[in-house]
Design a protein around this ligand. Structure first.
Ligand code: AMP
Length: 419
């Protein structure tokens, strides 16, 4: 299939060609005609499948075809809601790139930065608004944004949106949308609560699936190292001794863990930086740019921060821990081997995570290849639940002692509260 076969107009075709896209991805092939035919869409697709172009191209086309209806003042006619700043920025960039020759204008709004430049560009007139939920509501409350004229509404990464606690914000936004509109709803996973939410937004939607459960496995070679908790760092050093790993996205479950790993890598003269929610927006953008340009070898990210990262041809993903939610693993390794490129994922598993590997293998219906050449193999057994309870109790006691000692040092008398 070619882009020409999808009835895309010339100015957009030209932009797509200039991007170097030779053929549409599966989700684009399925979604573009449906959206051009003005149907609502319930799409199962994750980042990395080409989903953004799948909705941006037909929306741009609708808007372009109706440009003559534009009166003097531009109104916001399309709204895209997405959970993270990085995703919002990337979606905005996609609209700008694919819409380069259409004259359609977009802007992106997200929290964590001053609002002045965002409100200024809204005031100048835009057709498409890409937003994270909190800042959108904020600017709506202040009277900068009105949703009265929205005709195209996209809810992107709905499952992540709910994970991040945005459900109330989303409800408030939906309540302000005109009833007559075309709505597109995308989620990587479709558990019951997501389907319920989609029913409140969509009207007779067409279901489109491009879940890369199988494709992920096809385009990403997955490897697994079993090791002990205490030897994870040594094993990471061993893995990074391979100079072929020039640009690596490394996942850490926690922000604290991400900072620790980054410090460790830097201490070994490996250029690394952490990207997570505690870092300011400017800092995150700067780090991302340095990583994209090859100045940073290892980008250490938490799942939420990484969700919006889009790096063309990212080859290596390292899972420094195994996520307890199997879908998260699929999301993580989906960052490598994007849009048909070959990628490699390397997972490091400590005994407590062995069970998670089994769950993941069930989900992806395949065994992950265990690396035999492993200088730090797993020798310990996972704890039994009784051992775990004792370990947790001992950890609590240790924390109490540390807390008491610190208080004593500081001359405080506060009692211990464990969160
Ligand atoms: P997305 O799933 O929207 O985050 O897109 C993933 C990546 O695939 C982005 O870097 C896009 O630029 C790229 N991409 C989207 N569509 C195509 C295509 N048809 N051919 C090649 N690359 C594409």
């Amino acid at each position: 299939m070619r882009f020409e076969d999808l009835a895309i107009i010339e100015p957009i075709l030209r932009a797509v060609k200039e991007e170097g896209y030779t053929e549409p991805t599966l989700i684009q092939e399925k979604a573009i005609p449906v959206i051009l035919n003005r149907h609502d869409v319930l799409g199962s697709a994750q980042t990395g499948t080409g989903k953004t172009a799948a909705f941006a191209i037909p929306i741009l086309q609708h808007l372009y075809n109706r440009q003559h209806e534009n009166n003097k003042t531009r109104k916001i006619k399309a709204l895209v809601i997405t959970p993270t700043r990085e995703l919002a920025i990337q979606i905005g960039e996609s609209f700008s790139v694919y819409g380069r020759y259409t004259g359609i204008r977009n802007t992106v709004i997200f929290g964590g930065v001053k609002q002045a430049s965002q409100t200024a560009s809204i005031r100048n007139g835009i057709d498409v608004l890409v937003a994270t939920p909190g800042r959108l509501l904020d600017l709506m409350d202040q009277g900068y944004v009105r949703l009265h004229d929205i005709e195209y509404f996209v809810l992107d990464e709905a499952d992540r949106m709910l994970d991040m606690g945005f459900i109330h914000d989303i409800r408030k936004i939906i309540a302000k949308l005109p009833l007559k509109r075309q709505s597109l709803f995308f989620s990587a996973t479709m558990p019951g609560n997501i389907v319920d939410l989609s029913k409140k937004i969509l009207l007779n939607p067409q279901k489109i699936e491009a879940t890369p459960k199988a494709t992920t496995a096809e385009t990403v070679q997955q490897y697994l190292y079993y090791t002990n908790k205490a030897t994870k760092k040594d094993l990471l050093n061993h893995i990074l001794n391979d100079s072929a790993l020039t640009q690596v996205l490394l996942f850490s479950k926690t922000k604290h863990g991400a900072d620790k790993i980054t410090k460790h890598l830097k201490s070994r003269n490996i250029s690394a930086a952490a990207i997570h929610g505690d870092k300011g927006q400017n800092q995150r953008q700067k780090v991302l740019l340095q990583f994209k340009e090859g100045h940073i070898r290892v980008l250490v990210a938490t799942d939420i921060a990484a969700r919006g990262i889009d790096i063309d041809k990212l080859k290596y993903v390292i899972n420094y821990d195994i996520p307890n939610i199997s879908e998260t693993y699929v999301h993580r390794i989906g960052r490598a081997g994007r849009a048909g490129e070959e990628g490699v994922s390397i997972s490091i598993c400590e005994p407590e995570e062995n069970g998670y590997v089994r769950d993941i293998e069930k989900l992806i219906s395949q065994k992950i290849e265990v690396v035999k050449n492993n200088p730090f193999p797993q020798t310990e057994k996972p704890m039994t639940s009784a051992e775990k309870t004792i370990w947790e109790k001992e950890k609590l006691i240790r924390k109490k002692e540390q807390f008491a000692a610190r208080n004593q040092r500081l001359g405080r008398t506060k009692s211990f509260r464990y969160k």
